[in-house]
Each structure stands twice: as C-alpha cells, then as structure tokens.
Design a protein. Structure first.
Length: 446
C-alpha cells in the first residue's frame, strides 16, 4: 500500500482505515459511474415544471459537489450526495404540477426551509426522536412506495402506460398507425430494450450500468432520428434562471407547510437509512451506531439549502455509494473524488440535453427495483403492521403523491393499532403526526 501524503493522511486518516489514495480514488470513480445518471435525469424531471434545463443541470452538479466535499472533508465518510430520486419526482409531479397555484419558485422555497430545519434538527435530539419513533414497517414502506411511484413515472414518460377512459390506465401498443399501416412504436420498444440492457449489465457487474444504458438508448435514438443530438461539450450554462429564485411568500398556507414537512420527513429517513446501511457495509459502525452522525447530516442539510438556492430539489446521500465501498472506499477521499467529478460534468450539458425521456425511463425502473426491495423488511405476519405498510405503498402510485402515501400510512397505523387494542404500541410522535395529517385533510383537503 502506497504511503499517503501528510495532508491526505491528516484529512482522511487513510492508514487508520487501512486504505490508500489509489484505492479511494478508484472507489470514487466507481461511485460516480453508478450515480452520475442524476445529472441527466434531474434536469429532465425538474424542467417539466418550467425550470430552465441548463440552470438545473448546473445546480445539480454544484449541489452534489458541495454535499460530497462537505461529507468527505468534515465527516470523512465515503458517501456521495446528489439531488434525490423520489424527492425530485415529488417536487415536480406532486407539488408544482399537482397543487394549483404552486410555482417552482415556491417549491424551491419549501426545499430551502426543509434544509434549514434539517440543519437545526441535526444539532439536537429531535432527529433521533423522529427516526426512532417511526415504526420500521412504515420506514420500509415509504422507500418501497417511492420505488413504485418512480416506476409509474418511468412507464408514463416512456409512453408504455397511457390513459384510458374505461380502466384509468392501460398499456400502450407496441405499434402506431401511420397512413393505415402499422409501424413500430419505437419510444416504447427502446425503453423496454434499455431496461433489459441495464439489468443485464448489472447482472454481469458492469460498472456504470445505469449510465451505459441511458447513453446506449440515446445513441440508438439519435441514429434513428428520434431525438436531436446537441453535442457533448460546451460552455457551462447560466445559473441565473434559477439562482436565488425562491418565493417564500407562497409558503404561508397549510398545504405548503405540509409540503415542507414531507420534504423534511422523506429526506430524514432516506438520509439516515442510507448512512447507516452504507457505513455498516464499510465496517464503520461502532456498537451499531454511526460516529460523526451530526457531521454527516450537516453535510446533507447544507447541500439541501445550497441546492435550493442554486435551483434544484433536495439533495440526499446516495445508496449507490455502496458500490464505491465495495471497491474499497473507506474514507472521505472517496466522496471528495465524486465531488470533483461532479464539477467536471458542468461542461457536458449538451450531452444531457440530447437524452430523450424514454432513455431515462429504464433507469427509473431499475432504481424502483432496488427501492421496492425494502418491502421484504416489513413484518407481513403482523396484520397491524402489514396493513398500514401496504396502504403506504399503494397510495403513493395510485394517488400520484408521495405525501398522500406517507399521510395515509401514519393515519392508518394509529387507527388500526387503536381499534385492535394495541394503542400502546403507537409512539407519541406517530400520534402527533397522524393527527396533524388528519387536520390537514379535513381543513385543507388532499
């Protein structure tokens, strides 16, 4: 093992973690390849709200870099951060497109406030109370429900699922009618091909399976004339269209307070779960607890606040960091490497703009698979745990709202436990949240 420089040793304690500069940098490259799809998917998703694609692209790269650098230099963990999948979908489809009168500027303000609350909670015991109070079944159900929600969005964006007056939804045909003749429905077929390709690459443990799948389908699409190629490298797009565009005046109503709560709640459990899971795999837990947890959560919350100011939805630790851990990453140098690579992406915005929606759909489906795996951790043999978990999972895609799924989960958990004579199993914090959601639905509607 090569000897690290005194500066790197002092910053990352490489010798103590029995690693090297080369191993950490390679681990950073590995993590980057598995998660860099976000620099394409995030601006594509948020631009549906009317946000400028180029500005969101820059905000995505910079907010990810900020989170990674703080995580690496302050908390010294091999965990990368970037705007989160699920949270960006909630931002776009549930808040801006789903709530009348809510602009993307107001939604950014909600993200900003949730980040500030997260910073405050990171220094007190409130975070522990919330995390420990939420039953494991609901924690796992939230993750699984978001997985199904992402799958629905992917299938809709690719045109695989279309509306139906008779059945609400139906599968699209694999052909289209042109001048009385049938022609292949290429977006649908290419989306399915991309999904199979991504799964096959993952099966054979090819690094960067997701981004390879996206770029492969994009290349085929451009070659067939189905999408336009904008180039690979250009000047960095302007950040001005989204920089400091938050509208706080729109937060002064009950519905937006609930939105802030959902941003906070989802990121809280997603962050904590990812941090514990990845560090456990890296062997960095001490007596089942995560040292320097406050610093790790501080990195997450600062990145959220910075991202909102720049123009993107909530930033969160990425479970794909486990790929870097598997490659030997044990210190913050891995995260710093990812941060530097995220900044290098700033010059590749034309490539991101060349990617059609049906090329990113396979990535969303693939991510949905991994998120749905959380359902195996639910205690299905206990109906008082299984029923609320099922409702949480089902309501997210069926109502097209992550918030409604979480709300129904809390309310049903408290109600079912009460009716079954097991009210004492319900933590006080769950009662509080359930009553708050019921009041919101009664006075403000869904």
């Amino acid at each position: 093992m090569s000897h690290p420089t005194p500066l790197l040793e002092r910053l990352f304690s490489l010798s103590q973690h029995k690693t090297s500069v080369r191993t950490e940098i390679l681990a950073g490259f590995t993590t980057f390849l598995t998660m860099c799809y976000i620099v394409i998917i995030n601006p594509l998703t948020l631009s549906k709200t009317g946000m400028d694609f180029g500005a969101v692209f820059v905000a995505t790269c910079i907010s990810a870099a900020i989170g990674c650098l703080i995580m690496g230099l302050l908390a010294n963990y091999p965990i990368a951060l970037a705007p989160g999948m699920g949270l960006n979908a909630y931002f776009t489809f549930s808040v801006v497109m789903g709530m009348p009168g809510v602009t993307w500027q107001i939604a950014l303000a909600a993200v900003f406030v949730s980040g500030v609350i997260f910073i405050l909670f990171s220094f007190f015991k409130v975070r522990e109370l919330l995390v420990n109070a939420l039953p494991m079944s609901l924690k796992m159900a939230i993750a699984a429900g978001i997985g199904l929600f992402l799958a629905l969005i992917a299938l809709k964006n690719a045109g695989v699922i279309v509306g139906s007056d008779a059945t609400l939804l139906k599968m699209a045909n694999f052909y289209v009618e042109e001048n009385g003749t049938k022609a292949p429905n290429w977006p649908v077929l290419l989306a399915m091909l991309g999904f199979v390709l991504t799964v096959a690459l993952d099966y054979f443990r090819v690094r960067g399976a997701i981004i390879i799948g996206i770029l492969s389908i994009t290349l085929i699409s451009v070659a067939m004339g189905l999408s336009e190629f904008h180039g690979v490298v250009s000047e960095i797009p302007s950040l001005a269209p989204t920089l400091m565009q938050m509208d706080f005046s729109g937060l002064l109503n009950g519905s937006m307070i609930a939105v802030v709560f959902v941003f906070f709640l989802v990121d809280l459990f997603d962050s904590t779960g990812t941090l514990v899971g990845v560090t456990h795999r890296a062997g960095l837990l001490e007596d089942g607890k995560l040292p320097r947890l406050k610093k790790a959560l501080f990195a997450d919350s600062v990145a959220i606040v910075a991202g909102a100011a720049l123009g993107t939805s909530s930033t969160t630790p990425y479970v794909e960091s486990a790929s870097g851990v598997a490659a030997g990453g044990r210190t913050g140098l891995t995260a710093v490497t990812v941060g530097v690579l995220m900044l290098a992406c700033l010059w590749f915005s034309p490539l991101a703009q060349s990617v059609p929606a049906f090329a990113t759909a396979p990535a969303l489906l693939y991510i949905g698979i991994h998120m749905l795996r959380s359902a195996t951790e639910i205690e299905w043999n206990d109906i008082t745990e299984a029923a609320p978990a099922f409702l949480t999972i089902a309501f997210m895609p069926f109502t097209y709202s992550i918030a409604d799924g979480i709300a129904v989960g809390f309310i049903s958990y408290a109600a079912i436990k009460l009716v079954c004579g097991r009210a004492k199993d319900v933590p006080v914090m769950v009662w509080f949240v359930a009553v708050a959601w019921m009041a919101k639905f009664w006075f403000l509607g869904s």
